[in-house]
Design a protein around this ligand. Structure first.
Ligand SMILES: C[S@@+](CC[C@H](N)C(=O)[O-])C[C@H]1O[C@@H](n2cnc3c(N)ncnc32)[C@H](O)[C@@H]1O
Length: 402
């Protein structure tokens, strides 16, 4: 799905940086997993991946990408899909392996979810389509009602224990991705567009998520600042938020979709919705790494890195971020130390700016932001930093023989 800071386009650079620093495989920790694309990539390279993110919708992707083991069989739902013909093979387009009998149950289940289920005028229809009282134009009323029907069915199957947790996450990842492709937004969910754009009028289409094979990993929904002390790995990939935009306030609709099947009903979540864009309370998930207040971001990042137990750290940041280059170098240098095997290097990668407001949003008072590019750069060009730090861990390994 579209995710602010998705490193899908930089996987080759991240991989090359890790290899150059001496990474030979083993356990990889993806500390701010977001869309899950980095963890998925390293799993496909044969690594065991542990990951975390504060957002539930990210957790759903992480679980699908890291913890699934082959094609889901949906044994407990056989009565729904057995007699159906499979959805078109094109729905496998995201997969490396695009053929094979093993995916037939999934394709048949997609057929049921798309054609066997009636739409329902549920919470998404009421709260996130123009048909609702608040007129939040995020989804067409038709797509919102179809999603409501599908999510209510997933909840019913969860309650009756008809599918495994991993199967539920794979289906949910498919729903979030499908909703994202027809969402009437221009980047993040921080605002919806007044006029329905062409892509938002297309019919919701479920696809099989881009699952990969490789060692089974573990997905978490923990605060990275606390969780880091419990992890040990060969490679730590760090991709923190770099500006003041808090993810829970900009991805509330995928978050709500990811939560709905885990609730007993829609009621509790619907009662908590507020404001023009239909947020749910999120302040408990506000990240200090998005703070420009005093040294909050710097000290939080510094404290976090101090706890990191890894041989190599690859650290992504934008040159336009809250922390400047020398602050980041100081934090990484402190982690790396000054031993013989320790080092710190920086790669700069020209990158296209993420423009969430390329179209004018509907929110009254929201202005299109203007960017002042660095000298010699185009308006859309920004440099992504890739710091690579290594650390001599031999001293840590010395055991007192007495
Ligand atoms: C730049 S994005 C990561 C993008 C990701 N590497 C990808 O390729 O999609 C930063 C992520 O950090 C998460 N985040 C922010 N603060 C966090 C925290 N304290 N603990 C865990 N995750 C956090 C956000 O939810 C967001 O998904």
């Amino acid at each position: 799905m579209r995710w602010l800071g998705n490193k899908g386009p930089l996987l080759a650079e991240i991989h090359a940086a890790a290899l150059k620093a001496g990474f030979k495989g083993g356990t990889v920790c993806d500390l701010f997993a977001g869309s899950g694309s980095v963890g998925r990539f390293f799993r496909a390279q044969g690594c065991r991946v542990l990951s975390t993110d504060l957002m539930n919708c990210s957790h759903v992707f992480q679980k699908a990408y890291l913890e699934s083991d082959g094609a889901p069989r949906f044994e407990g739902l056989k009565q729904y899909w057995e007699q159906l013909s499979p959805a078109p093979q094109a729905r496998l387009a995201n997969l490396e392996e695009k053929t094979g009998e093993s995916w037939i149950p999934f394709l048949k289940l997609l057929r049921y979810l798309e054609e066997g289920l009636p739409p329902e005028e549920g919470m998404l229809y009421r709260q996130f389509s123009a048909a609702g009282e608040a007129q939040r134009n995020y989804l067409s009323p038709e797509n919102a009602a179809r999603l409501d029907g599908i999510l209510n069915q997933l909840r019913a199957w969860r309650i009756s224990a008809s599918l495994t947790e991993n199967e539920l996450c794979i289906l949910l990842a498919s729903c979030i991705d499908a909703a994202d492709r027809v969402a009437n937004i221009s980047g993040t969910y921080g605002a919806y567009l007044k006029k329905m754009q062409g892509s938002a009028m297309r019919s919701l289409e479920l696809r099989i998520p881009a699952l990969v094979t490789g060692p089974v990993g573990v997905a978490h929904r923990e605060d990275a600042l606390e969780w880091i002390s419990s992890v040990e790995c060969e490679l730590l990939y760090v991709d923190p938020p770099y500006n003041q935009r808090q993810y829970p306030a900009n991805y509330h609709l995928p978050e709500i979709i990811s939560l709905l099947p885990f609730e007993d009903s829609e009621q509790r979540l619907e009662d908590s919705i507020y404001g023009k864009t239909g947020l749910i309370p999120w302040k408990d998930k506000a990240s200090p790494l998005c703070s420009r207040r005093g040294e909050e971001c710097f000290q939080s990042m510094r404290q976090m890195l101090k706890e990191a137990k890894a041989d190599i750290v690859v650290f992504s940041y934008s040159e336009e971020g809250i922390l400047n280059r020398s602050e980041l170098e100081q934090i990484l240098q402190e982690w790396s130390g000054t031993g013989g095997a320790s080092s710190l290097t920086l790669m700069e990668i020209p990158y296209r700016r993420f423009r969430s407001d390329a179209h004018k949003p509907q929110e009254p008072g929201v202005q299109k932001r203007t960017f002042r590019p660095a000298p010699g750069r185009s308006a859309d060009e920004v440099h992504e930093w890739l710091f690579v730090a290594t650390r001599d861990r031999s001293e840590e390994a010395v055991v007192d023989p007495s």
